[in-house]
Write a protein that binds this ligand. Structure first.
Ligand code: NI
Length: 142
């Protein structure tokens, strides 16, 4: 069996790459969160097809923005987060989530630092179409 396995991986480079990348350890939010301090700067912790899971620390007010191409999921791990809309407000606490529909203007606000998990497609710009100084670098892993 061993030689057959080897032959298969030689013939299927993608399969051998998958084996190389795969590790049998969980991704632990608190460990990943301890690896960075900067706020409003999402860090990738995993990918799922063409989506990414990103951790972020938020405190204060962000800028009004919208993502024209995608919905955006906010999952609060610690603390409390307000997501302001032009005509309403959603307050999320630890263990709660909300999906902002694509194209809808929103402004995250956290009175004290909160820790969140974002789920969105690769390449989504944190400031959406607003751009500006608060735009974070993408694809930064922790
Ligand atoms: Ni957004």
């Amino acid at each position: 069996m061993q030689s057959k396995d080897k032959q298969q991986s030689d013939e299927d480079p993608e399969a051998s790459q998958r084996r190389y990348v795969m590790s049998y350890t969980p991704i632990i939010f608190r460990d990943k969160l301890s690896r960075f301090k900067d706020q409003w700067s999402p860090k990738v912790i995993a990918e799922l097809n063409d989506y990414q899971f990103k951790l972020a620390k938020l405190e204060g007010e962000f800028v009004w923005h919208a993502h024209q191409e995608t919905d955006e999921a906010f999952i609060v791990l610690e603390g409390s987060l307000d997501i302001q809309f032009r005509d309403g407000l959603v307050t999320l606490k630890s263990g709660e989530m909300y999906v902002v529909p694509k194209g809808v203007e929103h402004k995250p606000v956290a009175i004290e630092e909160c820790k969140i998990l974002l789920v969105e497609p690769k390449g989504v710009v944190n400031t959406g179409t607003a751009g500006g100084a608060r735009t974070a670098k993408n694809d930064v892993w922790v």
